[in-house]
Design a protein around this ligand. Structure first.
Ligand SMILES: Nc1nc2c(c(=O)[nH]1)N[C@H]1C(S)=C(S)[C@@H](COP(=O)(O)O)O[C@H]1N2
Ligand SMILES: [Mo]
Length: 330
């Protein structure tokens, strides 16, 4: 039997995407049996080949690509019930991605030449099992799930986004960190021929690099993202692999990751290197810690900059992350 998988983006509701509609669309997919299929597909544990894990038998479908793994089952433990989901068009056409341009509303128009295939990610440094994984290898070793997260840029705009991915801790565990490892550094690809902003901003310290403390990286909230709104991640949002650390300002969420390195000393970071006074290492969302040029007490949900709302400590994730900073000032 050939199983027909309806693509979520074929459904007209995508034009609007309030939370309720996005959710009911997922219910439709579930009632078509897709939810159950996804759950069964990703529920098989271990590190087997994707072909083994996803072969449904007979003429059944063998999952070999990301699109075949989507939409992933929703993890309802992560939800943002107090505010609407950002429209797909806003989240994918208003981006910070300086490798392409500093004009947020134009990034999506400049990504056409960027190649996401083939892609490899290297994980090394203070680990017992350094490895280079193809994107497909990586997918075959993780369980994908969908989580709705708040997202807050240091510039004060905010979004609410359904990301598909897996906990960063799963990737770190594959490499088996040494006990001396204290920090996790991440690096973005830099390809001048495919990312026009690199040459427009020659004084920036490319490639983009960011880092977390190891305990932050192992926190369940730290999420490696491969999809958005049930679809493969668009290039402008960091395809094929980006981080989402929603309790921190957006620039900590590195896009297009090619290298992850575990180290002992706190690594330098891109924005801190540019301007240490304005951008610290921890960069946790904090309404009481103003940016030198503006207050962080309020934010707005794109696309509506007129309606201000209070910024939440740790972007509303204090119950999950405050323990990381007990007795510290971050
Ligand atoms: N490599 C890279 N990663 C990056 C950036 C960037 O310019 N380059 N911008 C950061 C900033 S400032 C923000 S707010 C988010 C924006 O993510 P989004 O476009 O998916 O909303 O990406 C972050 N990750
Ligand atoms: Mo940002």
């Amino acid at each position: 039997m050939r199983i027909h998988i309806p693509k979520p983006w074929a459904l007209p509701e995508r034009e609007v995407t309030p939370q309720s509609i996005y959710r009911s669309r997922r219910e439709v997919l579930r009632s078509l049996g897709l939810g159950a299929l996804s759950a069964a597909s990703v529920g098989v544990g271990g590190c087997g080949l994707s072909v083994e894990r996803f072969d449904l038998g007979g003429e059944g479908r063998v999952v070999t690509s990301l699109a075949d793994m989507l939409p992933a089952p929703a993890n309802d433990a992560f939800d943002v019930p107090e505010r609407p989901l950002t429209a797909y068009e806003a989240a994918t056409r208003y981006n910070n991605y300086y490798e392409f341009t500093t004009r947020k509303d134009s990034v999506w128009q400049l990504v056409g030449g960027f190649e996401v295939e083939p892609w490899t990610v290297e994980i090394g440094g203070l680990v017992h099992s350094p490895m280079t994984l193809s994107f497909e290898d990586l997918l075959s070793r993780v369980d994908l799930e969908e989580r709705i997260y708040r997202f807050r840029c240091v510039e004060r705009w905010a979004m609410t986004v359904p990301w598909t991915g897996f906990p960063l801790s799963a990737l770190i565990a594959m490499a088996d960190p040494m006990s001396s490892a204290r920090y996790v550094a991440m690096e973005t690809v830099a390809r001048p021929s495919q990312q026009p902003g690199l040459e427009d901003l020659p004084h920036f310290p490319w490639p983009y690099f960011e880092a977390l403390r190891l305990d932050e990286a192992l926190n369940d909230l730290a999420f490696m993202v491969v999809g958005i709104y049930g679809e493969p991640l668009p290039v402008q949002n960091g395809a094929p692999l980006r981080l989402a650390v929603p309790w921190k300002y957006g620039y900590k969420s590195t896009k297009a990751i090619v290298r992850i390195t575990l180290v002992e000393e706190q690594p330098p970071t891109f924005w801190n290197t540019r301007n240490a006074r304005e951008y610290g290492f921890f960069s946790n969302v904090n309404p009481e810690q103003p940016h030198p040029r503006w207050s962080q007490a309020e934010e707005w949900l794109i696309p509506d900059a007129d309606e201000r709302r209070p910024t939440l400590l740790y972007n509303g994730y204090a119950d999950l992350v405050a323990d990381l900073y007990a007795g510290e000032e971050h």
